[in-house]
Design a binder for this molecule. Structure first.
Ligand SMILES: Nc1ncnc2c1ncn2[C@@H]1O[C@H](COP(=O)(O)OP(=O)(O)OP(=O)(O)O)[C@@H](O)[C@H]1O
Length: 512
């Protein structure tokens, strides 16, 4: 669940000086890839193969401040709406910078809060990095640690029949990847126990979904990474050694307006932190130990919804809420849709109930933190491929997920915080596409919802109505579906109790 500072804390919280003078990304236009200065032609081809012909504004802004005239002089903090293309905004400059590397070693680390997100980001790197001979690895615990190590570490070829002392071969172990996409837990596992795994050559650290990652300590992954990458040896690839014409790209960073910056050496480790709801809390940001950060944001408001998102509210009778949902889903006529609930339990209950109501001609699946990863991945794949049209999801899954063709998001339960609204709604209307977000409200929630939307710079949220006859027509099957739901939930609970009892008995017997 997203959390927000209370109004009192928000008022008293000072904004860091560098956050008061941001670069406004909304003033930039898309930029044709063909004209982008300094872009390796092989990457141009890779981007075209992805179907991209121009860079989005946030990607142009980051390019300007990194590969472009900004020259990676400062760490980059990006606060830009969901679906605005933040992944490529950091992936492209990193791959461009590493494209000239001579020796393979781990130079870029991207950390994400969940495995599904990490897989998604790895796919973006995979679409461009191989074009310039770079390899990308994944450390998320999807496979066994041994398999992961085999992918990440290159072992020397040893002669058969000879016994080697593992201590002797350790120095000859090398990274098999240039870029690593990781979740914090598995990253720490590799740091602490994988022979040959080292961050000593790291040039780029990306903390995506920063506010979410900073909220949870995850085995102190951040202090550990920072400690291992602190010493400066001057080996950073300063991009400004060769003069390059930047055309229309410009930066104000070279004007020397930043006090105390001139003459500072390049940091060996460049950090890029990004979110659609970047924290402004100084104590949280301090954990990142940013080097002269540059803040890139969109517009004046702290939170921004995608430009082509339409928000609607659907006011329902409390007891008949599921029927309003069914009526709404019928109206959407099989368009891809994500339904968000407030907890993993209600996700499961709602999904079961929708199946019991059995009135919809769409395939509905549950997607929540209560399920095994393999099950979740299977569901997500089916949703991506269009075999499943409706995903009933818990909040744990809201952030970052990029599924093509999601036209609608439904908040079955009203989100508690504006940040949650932003991340949920942001699963649609991505990359400049249109999308709709419906929020089911009980009468007493209407005012709170209105106040919440104002924080997201959105005043427009018309009422969406479903016909009362379509709700009424479902009443008769609803009563029996509710009874069946009760039975199903009880039998699942008793099955779980039995499994729990059996496994604790086995454990006790093993101890004897
Ligand atoms: N230059 C581009 N041209 C066309 N499509 C693009 C471009 N860059 C990114 N996209 C597409 O835009 C979509 C959103 O990108 P991405 O997932 O990086 O957004 P995001 O800003 O990280 O969103 P979130 O905050 O929800 O994580 C993706 O489907 C991606 O393929």
């Amino acid at each position: 669940m997203e959390e927000e500072p209370t109004a009192k804390r928000r008022k008293s919280m000072p904004v860091l000086p560098w956050m008061r003078d941001p670069v406004d990304v909304s003033r930039l236009e898309q930029y044709p890839i063909d004209l982008l200065p300094c872009l390796d032609p092989r990457l141009k081809v890779a981007l075209k193969n992805m179907g991209f012909s121009s860079l989005f504004p946030v990607q142009v802004a980051v390019w300007e401040e990194t590969v472009g005239p900004g020259g990676f002089e400062r760490d980059i903090c990006v606060n830009s709406p969901t679906g605005s293309g933040k992944t490529l905004a950091y992936a492209l400059p990193i791959v461009q910078m590493l494209s000239t590397r001579a020796v393979k070693c781990l130079r870029a680390l991207v950390v994400l809060p969940t495995r599904d997100l990490a897989l998604q980001v790895k796919d973006v790197f995979e679409a461009i990095a191989p074009a310039v001979g770079l390899s990308v690895g994944l450390a998320v615990g999807q496979s066994s640690i041994a398999d992961e190590i085999a992918e990440l570490i290159k072992r020397p070829e040893l002669e058969a029949g000879i016994c080697y002392d593992p201590q002797d071969i350790s120095p000859q172990l090398h990274s098999a990847v240039d870029i690593l996409v990781a979740t914090p837990g598995r990253l720490v596992d590799h740091i602490t126990s994988t022979k040959g795994f080292t961050l000593e050559h790291l040039c780029f650290l990306v903390v995506d979904e920063t506010d979410r990652l900073l909220r949870e300590a995850y085995q102190s992954w951040l202090p550990t990474v920072l400690q291992l990458t602190q010493s400066y040896d001057g080996s950073f690839l300063a991009p400004t050694d060769n003069f390059v014409p930047f055309g229309a790209l410009k930066t104000r960073r070279r004007c020397g307006i930043e006090r105390g910056f001139k003459g500072k050496p390049y940091p060996r480790l460049v950090k890029m932190v990004l979110s659609a709801t970047l924290t402004q809390d100084p104590s949280k940001l301090a954990q990142l130990d940013l080097h002269h950060p540059l803040f890139l944001t969109t517009g004046k408001q702290r939170y921004q919804l995608p430009e082509k998102l339409e928000s609607y509210k659907l006011i329902c009778e409390s007891k008949l809420k599921p029927l309003y949902l069914v009526a709404l889903l019928r109206n959407l006529g099989g368009e891809k849709c994500i339904v968000f609930t407030s907890s993993v339990e209600s996700t499961h209950r709602l999904c079961t109930l929708l199946h019991l109501l059995g009135d919809l001609e769409v395939k509905i699946k549950e997607y929540s933190g209560l399920q095994r990863q393999s099950e979740r991945s299977k569901t997500l794949k089916a949703f991506r491929e269009g075999e499943v049209q409706v995903l009933v999801s818990s909040d744990a899954m809201t952030r970052g997920m990029d599924v093509e063709g999601v036209r609608n998001v439904i908040n079955y339960d009203m989100p508690a915080y504006v940040k949650t609204y932003i991340h949920r709604a942001g699963r649609t209307a991505r990359a400049g596409q249109v999308g709709r977000c419906f929020t089911l409200l009980r009468k007493h929630e209407v005012k709170r919802f209105k106040n919440m939307l104002q924080k997201a710079d959105s005043d427009s949220c018309p009422v969406y109505s479903v016909s009362s006859s379509s709700v009424e027509s479902l009443r008769s099957i609803y009563v029996s579906a509710l009874e069946k739901l009760k039975e199903t939930v009880e039998s699942e609970a008793s099955r779980k109790r039995k499994i729990h009892f059996k496994s604790s008995r086995v454990r006790k017997e093993e101890k004897k």
